[in-house]
Design a protein around this ligand. Structure first.
Ligand code: ATP
Ligand code: MG
Length: 395
């Protein structure tokens, strides 16, 4: 087979839901391209968008960076590495042949070809392209044709250039990060809140994270764990800001002045108050938590209603209707689970009451909160926060 394949790496990327976005589509597309470029800085790669497709092209040395980007970029439905060929049937057949050898070596046995001709001036129809290129593979007994249930589809696209590619990999889908505004995630070391953050990244939000740390009751490892989780979210979120607030004095005040049964709820209220300060500071438009209805005593609808009244932004709880197994499955998929199950306790489990209030009364609980006289301590804790930023590239 004569080789007429151009040897740079090129990736064809199907953009996700953007096709549904009507008037905003330009902004969404621009943001997607801008985000993709952030992953590829210094790799000599080019990102282009044309006719609803994104193309990423670069030298062989850029392949690991490009594939890392495509595994994390939110807003794409799928991608494939393609061979670029000259625009004639001999070159296309040659590329299909090489791709078939690669796929056979990867364990595939049967194939079919799907050809598309965006360029109608090409002298052969899609059907003729598929037949001619397919015959060469079949006759050389590399793979067998099976049009109904092939192991793999080899795609041929005749556009301004010709692209040949085998399997396409599913992307993260969702909407490009940054198209949905900025939100503040209350991030703990548990399983839930990183998943909640991911779900809102998936709807196009940019994330800041706020973590409440209770040194010396919680260990440096507990904090490192949360930083690791923020770092993982940053890979999808094209970077996140992380703030650690020292909350020991606040927790001690709650323990000393609040009834034990209300301590978790009062702590959540203090977290909301602090979150308001951080949102005022950063301009975040919403607060995100990993709460799920009924998961633990503090997460009844009555108790959630109490914490809501202290927040001065909408509180988004994307896991509210999910059960633990669904949350765990997603945590495994996004890569936070292994870190979340490390055994270092967060501040919430300290001072946890044996019999927490299940259906708190709003007025009574607000009165208990007032009795804590805690706003000054909250302000001090907020003022002592430490800030870090995590970028989108893996360390
Ligand atoms: P788990 O997987 O153990 O349920 P969790 O993080 O969801 O972990 P919860 O006690 O259920 O723990 O807390 C409910 C929500 O409150 C969390 O999802 C998180 O958004 C917020 N939260 C709890 N503790 C902290 C903390 N130390 N710092 C920041 N946010 C916290
Ligand atoms: Mg939880």
């Amino acid at each position: 087979m004569k080789e007429k394949i151009i040897r740079d790496a090129i990736y064809l990327v199907k953009v996700g839901e953007l096709t549904l976005k009507g008037g905003n589509i330009k902004d969404f597309e621009q943001r997607l391209v801008q985000n993709a470029k952030l992953y590829l800085e210094g790799t000599n790669s080019k990102v282009r968008l044309r006719a609803g497709r994104m193309y990423i092209e670069g030298p062989e040395s850029a392949v690991p960076a490009i594939e890392y980007a495509l595994h994390h970029l939110i807003g794409i439905s799928g991608w494939a590495r393609a061979l670029i060929t000259e625009k004639n049937i001999e070159a296309i057949t040659s590329a299909v042949y090489s791709e078939a050898i690669r796929l056979r070596d990867a364990g595939m046995k049967t194939f079919k070809i799907e050809a598309r001709r965006a360029e109608k001036s090409f002298p052969l129809t899609s059907y003729e392209i598929a037949c001619q290129a397919g015959e060469a593979v079949h006759e050389a007994e590399i793979l067998k044709v099976n049009v109904k249930t092939p192991d793999v589809v080899i795609n041929v696209e005749v556009r301004e250039r010709c692209f040949v590619y085998g399997t396409s990999i599913t992307g993260c889908r969702g909407l490009p990060c940054g198209t949905g505004g900025r939100a503040l995630l209350l991030l703990s070391g548990g399983i839930d809140s990183p998943v909640a953050g991911y779900r809102m990244l998936y709807r196009g939000m940019k994330l800041d994270c706020l973590y409440f740390h209770s040194h010396p009751y919680t260990s440096p490892q507990a904090r490192e764990k949360v930083e690791t989780l923020a770092g993982i979210l940053a890979r999808y979120g094209v970077g996140v800001h992380f703030n650690c607030v020292p909350f020991t004095a606040v927790q001690q005040r709650i323990r000393d002045r609040g009834p034990a049964a209300y301590s978790t709820l009062l702590l959540r209220m203090c977290m909301m108050k602090t979150a308001n300060l951080q949102c005022d500071f950063s301009g975040a438009k919403a607060i995100i938590t990993g709460e799920s209805l009924g998961q633990v005593a503090s997460q009844t609808i009555e108790n959630l209603n109490v914490t809501n009244t202290l927040a001065n932004r909408p509180v988004l709880r994307p896991l509210i209707g999910m059960d633990k197994q669904e949350i765990i499955d997603l945590a495994i998929k996004i890569g936070t689970y292994e870190t979340s199950i490390l055994p270092y306790d967060d501040c919430c489990v300290l001072f946890s009451p044996k019999h927490p209030v299940l259906k708190a009364n709003l007025e009574e609980t607000l009165a208990l909160y007032e009795e804590l006289e805690i706003d000054e301590l909250i302000q001090e804790a907020f003022d002592s926060r430490e800030h870090m930023r995590f970028g989108c590239l893996q360390k």
